[in-house]
Design a protein around this ligand. Structure first.
Ligand SMILES: Nc1nc2c(ncn2[C@@H]2O[C@H](COP(=O)(O)OP(=O)(O)OP(=O)(O)O)[C@@H](O)[C@H]2O)c(=O)[nH]1
Ligand SMILES: [Mg+2]
Length: 600
């Protein structure tokens, strides 16, 4: 294989527009997989991805294809579409010369379509536009085509119409990739390879996914990582087809993986350049920008003996998900744990689940928080990522919180509901545009802290799932924020503290106290729950003594509901954390952010 016959491309799109399904068809067309082993979204190999039907991790595969009597090597990277996993996309782009931009024929251009397209253009990639799902009855490929031509400047002739489900347009797409995506260029002979992903395997140590830019890498080479100064002897070199296949070497332009019995996780940094120890290149590749988390929360093992295991789990997960950040944190109530930073709420949820599943550690997570910028009376500015680190009121001269500009795309019938939602979340209306007769984009400025909890869910239910939402940070603004604490049985539980706007404080305090009352199981004694700002108690409710009989209110009710309640109680039991003399379920830590009264 010569470098001229290699094509490296990734598939990018808004969530659910059909990237992974399109990858399935390309795998089939290139005979990469036995028909009997084929399944939907084959590259989504994690259980979590399959259960939720979304891609979380990038996935690279090397495929062979014969076109006009020439053999081609196609290196395809499937990427996630959800905004929380955008770091996976930007890392994939750096390993490619082209990007297949998929647009759903029923949805048209959406927030992540644009975002990912701009990321690809920033990296000077050639774009192959695809309109997918043309089989659907409500598909309007002509209209979407016009959007792509008029708004994004694509040539009509370059747009491929596909149905990933029915296998329409796949040959034509591959042909376009071969003809339009440039082959990789190589500039020198000395090895230069980019680490774009990695994972920890208990037998082989760290498995590095890399793209070779110059030179070649083979078994037995002693490699040198330019950022971490580590060196190792390569034990294996291979490609994913999607089965792992060992090869002699990887040459310039190729994408594959290596192992080198690397057990020390800190030696490997995504974005680092690999070269040879005895014949190194002088200039490393540009690598990746570090990405800043948007949301933070505290993560604690339920069993405090598992603290070291949790640290190891986080370190290993960070290898596989470079956007995760963490540092040790202690809470009076919860003990030793970690303050973790995430790109969004889904990201947070996925990491928590991966820790529980892949590393078998049960967790308590505190409610998500953003970073506050606080000017103290002594003139210093501090950044606070946790309510428990919020200084006393007398020491604060100004508090700023991060704001975002939200772009909401929705059918026009939901405008009213969306505006009401944004208004309730302290939003400032900016503008509204009609995209066509039926669809609008609405722009709002909102405090990030107001959307970290249930904004997505609310937006979904308000718009029956039709709206999509994107946001970008627009800096910090002064706000009248106060710290609210909660006391159980007279004892402050630091992990429950939240930061709220002054105007909402009384209202929120009352609701949270009521919610906690419903969530905290009855003890052998009465438990007062109090909300306090500073030393002032602003709300109180009492959990009566005795066991709560969860079935009592199902008197005569249907059986499935009874079972559900019992299961819910069982589930709750598993995630109890003993705090002082009281057991608190995980739910309590999240309930503090919920503005609604819990039903039941
Ligand atoms: N009718 C129809 N459905 C499709 C087509 N392509 C994908 N789908 C469906 O659309 C849904 C999403 O497909 P995926 O391939 O998982 O989408 P994705 O872009 O990979 O999603 P993320 O990776 O989570 O961003 C699935 O239910 C697919 O079966 C198509 O051409 N026609
Ligand atoms: Mg996918």
């Amino acid at each position: 294989m010569t470098i001229n016959n290699i094509r490296n491309f990734c598939i990018i799109a808004h969530i659910d527009h059909g990237k992974s399904t399109l990858a399935d068809r390309i795998l089939e067309e290139t005979n990469a997989i036995d028909k009997r082993e084929m399944k939907d979204q084959l590259l989504d190999s994690m259980d979590l991805e399959r259960e939720r039907g979304i891609t979380i991790k990038l996935n690279a595969v090397s495929l062979n294809y014969k076109y006009k009597n020439e053999e081609y090597l196609l290196n395809l990277i499937d990427t996630p579409g959800h905004v929380d996993f955008t770091y996976e996309v930007s890392r994939s782009l750096k390993a490619c010369e082209g990007a297949v931009l998929v647009v759903d024929a029923t949805q048209g251009i959406e927030a992540q379509t644009l975002h990912n397209l701009y990321l690809a253009l920033d990296n000077n990639l050639t774009i192959v536009p695809v309109i997918n799902k043309i089989d659907l009855p409500n598909a309007d490929p002509e209209k979407v085509k016009k959007e792509l031509v008029d708004n994004l400047g694509f040539n009509e002739d370059d747009i491929v119409l596909c149905s990933a489900k029915e296998g329409i347009g796949i040959k034509e797409l591959i042909e376009k990739i071969i003809l339009n995506v440039p082959s990789p260029k190589t500039e020198g002979k000395k090895l230069k390879a980019l680490i774009f992903d990695s994972l920890y395997d208990s037998y082989r140590g760290v498995v590095i996914s890399l793209r070779v830019f110059d030179g070649e890498i083979k078994k037995g080479d002693t490699i040198y990582m330019m950022k971490t100064n580590a060196s190792y002897e390569v034990t294996n070199v291979g490609i994913t087809t999607p089965k792992e296949v060992l090869t002699d070497k990887l040459i310039a332009g190729e994408v594959g993986f290596i192992t080198a019995s690397i057990k020390s996780i800190s030696d490997i940094k995504v974005g680092d350049t690999i070269t040879l120890l005895d014949n190194p290149t002088d200039i490393p590749l540009e690598g990746y920008k570090e990405i800043k988390p948007m949301v933070y929360c505290g993560i604690y093992p339920i069993d405090s003996k598992k603290y070291e295991d949790l640290r190891e789990a986080l370190e290993k997960l960070k290898l596989n998900d470079a956007s995760l950040t963490f540092e040790p944190e202690t809470s009076k109530a919860l003990g030793f744990g970690f303050r973790c930073g995430f790109l969004g709420l889904l990201h947070m949820e996925i990491i928590e689940e991966r820790i529980e599943r892949e590393y078998k550690i049960n967790l308590i997570a505190t409610s998500p928080s953003v970073i506050y910028e606080i000017l103290l009376t002594d003139g210093t500015t501090i950044h606070v990522d946790s309510p428990s680190k919020f200084p006393e009121k007398v020491k604060i001269s100004d508090v700023k919180e991060p704001y975002i500009k939200a772009s909401i795309f929705s059918p026009s019938e939901y405008i009213g509901g969306i505006m009401e939602l944004c208004q309730n979340k302290r939003g400032n209306y900016l503008s509204m545009e009609y995209i066509d007769e039926k669809r609008v984009s609405i722009y709002y400025e909102l405090p990030l802290s107001e959307i970290v909890y249930d904004f997505f869910d609310k937006l979904k239910s308000t718009t029956k799932g039709y709206a999509s939402f994107d946001y970008e940070p627009i800096g910090y603004r002064s706000s009248e924020l106060v710290k609210m604490d909660f006391l159980l049985n007279g004892e402050m539980v630091d992990a429950l503290s939240i930061i709220v706007h002054k105007d909402n404080a009384y209202y929120r305090g009352r609701i949270v106290v009521e919610n906690l009352k419903k969530i905290i199981p009855r003890q052998m004694f009465e438990v007062p729950i109090q909300a306090a700002i500073g030393s002032k108690i602003i709300a109180r409710a009492d959990v009566k003594a005795l066991r709560k009989d969860v079935l009592a209110k199902c008197y005569g009710g249907d059986v499935s509901r009874k079972r559900k309640l019992l299961e819910k109680q069982k589930e709750g039991k598993k995630r109890m954390k003993q705090i002082g003399s009281i057991e608190i379920p995980q739910e309590a830590f999240l309930s503090v952010l919920s503005v609604d009264e819990k039903d039941e």
